[in-house]
Design a protein. Sequence first.
Lengths: 355, 293
Amino acid sequence: MAGLVLDQVRKSFGRTEVLRGIDLDVAPGEMVVVVGASGCGKSTLLRLVAGLEQPSSGRIMLDGEDITARDPAARDIAMVFQHYALYPHMSVFDNMAYGLKVRRLPRAEIAARVEEAAQMLHISPLLGRKPRELSGGQRQRVAIGRAVVRKPRLFLFDEPLSSLDARLRTSMRAEIKRLQRRLGVTSLYVTHDQHEAMSLGDRILVLNEGRPAQLGPPMEIYARPADTAVAELIGDPPMNLLPGWLDANGRVRLETGDAGNGRSVLVGIRPEDVAGGRPDGDGLALGFTPDTVEPMGAEVLLVGRLETGAAFSVRTLPASFALGSRLDFHCPAQRLHLFDPGSGQRIGPAGPAAR
Amino acid sequence: MERRTIFPGWATPALLLVPQMALTVLLFLWPTAVAVRASVMRADPFGLSETFAGLDNFTALFTDPLYLAAIGRTLVFCGAVTGLALGLAVLLAVFADADIRGRGAYRAALVWPYAVAPAAAGVIWALLLHPQIGGVAGLLKHLGIAWNYKLNDTQAMIAVVGASAWRQVSYNFIFVLAGLQSIPRTIIDAARMDGARGWRRFRTILLPMLAPTLAFLVVVNLVYSAFETFGTIEALTQGGPGRATQTLMVKVYRDGVVNLDLGASAAQSVVLMALVMGLTALQFHFLRRRGGR
């Protein structure tokens, strides 16, 4: 099996188990984004693959070779760090050339590779400068350039955009995606930003407390989150999670009293899946009293409470809403997500299909 | 925020300044003036009469082969102490910076020598190195080395250099370790990912990033070895055997206090004073650069 393969990788620091058995196959040329809340172990996972840390158990394979015990120098992996980690005393050129010089490439080859990467990243005029003379965005380009010139077998990205401002982040995101497709290098990308994960990843691995919660294409994870942790992490604004129950006929009820002999569940409703008016057919009626409106541009976010008293939010087209008075909304049955209240695991329904 | 208090009139501020000014005048300016004055005078050995000598004392100084030899000797001594103390400190700090078991105890142990007073250090080393009863001397004899720093010029120099550097290692160690720890871990990680290991990583990444700290330490160590090692040398060799370990500082003492050639001694003091001022300016320069980063 080519590409990157993680086989039951575990890591403990002292008594704290940070990674509890990670399995992952990254196909050649594929970009997998690892996403999770802070402290979920995603950075540790990246450092294990990089060789900066040793796993407590498990194997890491790259292009069919077991690299678990290898020094980072012998792995042929390049990494882009969160805060650039440029060498402050070296020029941009030397920063990018350093890894090639260490590997004793011919001078001409080094110059050619650096020039090429600099052109690709639009930093050719900056090659003579020192990192402190660059803006944040430029530094990040240099950091990416340093990885690109190596022509490695694997790219690792450790939240590379987190120290950039929002606008720059969006444009760099697109650029990284383009670059990665063009170079066709297998990549592992770590972020806590779901937008980055959704837009960059061929597939997303959601980590939750050191365990893989879900692995799949972005839209599948959005459409069918495997558990409540994933449901809360992916999707903006986050999914509403409401206590409810399934009655004898398999219909979803929001908890207003005794669950009776039904099965109690957590009902997940995405704010954007809610529509105005009363349901037709088997939709779920939602009596909702908004108390604030957050304009988002094309849409607005209504925040308030349901009749049951649960906090709720609705994403809808702008209109004038009477704040503080009860409005009728509904959610189509096929847009509901049901989770087990104990384990948080998804229990259905099978749909909705990826849109 | 800076806090300023403005006193009305001039009496209170003047009064508050008096202690500091008095100390400065009494302990620094006055002796300095006396030394400068003595350096242009020729005094008879009993100190009963003085005649103005102009720059004669200085001309005599810089044409005196013994003084020129002392300059050379001091340069060798200072270079050796600085090199040894800094080199050892860097080596020890690199190990202390690594993730090793018991690193806290290791670091504490390395800082201890700094708490030992110079004179006490001199006595300790005098005992350890003593040709007849010293532990180090005994060890060297076992290895077949005839150790007697009281007779052998080179051994004497080695002894004073070693004893002087010993104490300074601790001081340097603290600074170098702090310097190493202020290097972001991710930069070292980046170098690891780039494939740089061991000596190469140290030389191309760590050392350049330590450079401001090291430049500062070189000046501090030069000042230390030139001016603060008098006690150690005096306790160990008194500048001997012959003049083998007679640095400029020891010579000032020898010529002035022991041999009572006050004019020559004062001229030497003035030369040293100029040197201290130059080095101090350099030291402040590096301190500012460190602070400004």
